[in-house]
Write a protein that binds this ligand. Structure first.
Ligand code: GLU
Length: 299
């Protein structure tokens, strides 16, 4: 039985990029008789808003992307994350963002800071002398993690060289995304993670976390990104790509049909429902490269 998931962060409204990840996750599970779990990823207390969570659920329903179960919101899962943290080899890190940048650590292409291990071996005494609350980092082994992505093919990454000891609990006490997503996907019985390619570089650390926690990792499929015409990631500046805007002009089948066509599932932009697409969905047809979208030229 395939269990896929929607894992939206309620920090903004849905745009066509979010729609495409949700549609492909739904099609992949439903075309094989599987189910979908919805989990609201409201870990970040500052950016998450109830209103966005409601709007996202309303948009998913409008698109015909139903879910079979709703998992607990991440903001309510503190106890599960604490329990997982106790099973990992972690240490407090007092470095500020500025210090991390100044340490001239090599930067990965996506802007992530590769941690140089500055606080790895502080003595208890050195720790006591720190004034600010620390984040927690997990000690990663010097090892390569390899996996086969359902769409991108074979991938491999060195944990030490390309991540370093990464953050599992933020300084404000909130569990880090990497930890929460692993604990929750496992608790929710997720067997397949379909999400945007922007998260591909997080997958090796997540696969390693599954191992470290004695959990079984799901399969992964990372989908091409929908980009603005100049290659930027879609943002509020691209207001016409937001579902709130498109819903005022088009029926759901026209939005689903646009995404299906852009991702290679149909030969032209036609009205189609998600359940019609599920009948003959195959990952073989899905495009692998990122897609630049200029809505104005299509209208
Ligand atoms: N909550 C994340 C987002 O909305 C997705 C995390 C994931 O799919 O692993 O970008």
């Amino acid at each position: 039985m395939v269990t896929g998931r929607f894992a939206p962060s309620p920090s903004g409204y849905m745009h066509l990029g979010n729609v495409s990840a949700a549609l492909l996750a739904w099609l992949s599970a439903k075309s094989r008789g599987g189910e979908i779990v919805l989990r609201i990823e409201d870990l970040d207390p500052v950016r998450s808003r109830r209103e966005y969570a409601e709007a996202i659920m309303d948009d998913l329903k409008w698109l015909g992307l139903s879910w079979d179960r709703r998992a607990e919101d991440q903001s309510r899962r503190g106890a599960a994350y604490r329990e997982a943290l106790e099973r990992l080899d972690t240490y407090p890190c007092y470095c500020s963002r500025d210090e991390l940048h100044a340490a001239s650590a090599p930067h990965a292409s996506d802007g992530r800071i590769i941690y140089a291990g500055t606080c790895r071996d502080l003595t208890p005494d050195q720790r006591r002398r720190q004034a600010k609350p620390p984040c927690l980092r997990v000690r990663v082994p010097d090892r390569e993690v390899a996996f086969v992505d359902g769409l991108q093919g074979p991938c491999a990454m060195s944990l030490q060289r390309e991540w370093g000891d990464f953050i599992v609990r933020r300084a404000d006490g909130v569990a880090a995304y990497q930890l929460a997503v692993v604990v929750d996907d496992a608790a929710n019985g997720v067997t397949e993670v379909v999400r945007g390619r922007d998260l591909l570089s997080s997958t090796p650390v997540q696969i390693w976390l599954y191992e470290a926690l004695g959990l079984k990792a799901p399969a992964f499929c990372h989908t091409p990104m929908l980009l603005a015409p100049d290659g930027r990631r879609l943002s509020k500046r691209d207001g016409d790509c937001y579902l709130r805007h498109l819903r005022g002009m088009w029926p759901p089948e026209k939005v689903v049909g646009l995404v299906a066509w852009l991702y290679g599932l149909t030969d032209r932009w036609e009205r189609v429902s998600a359940s019609e697409l599920a009948r003959d969905f195959s990952w073989n047809r899905v495009r692998r490269g990122d897609i630049r979208l200029d809505l104005k030229t299509l209208l």
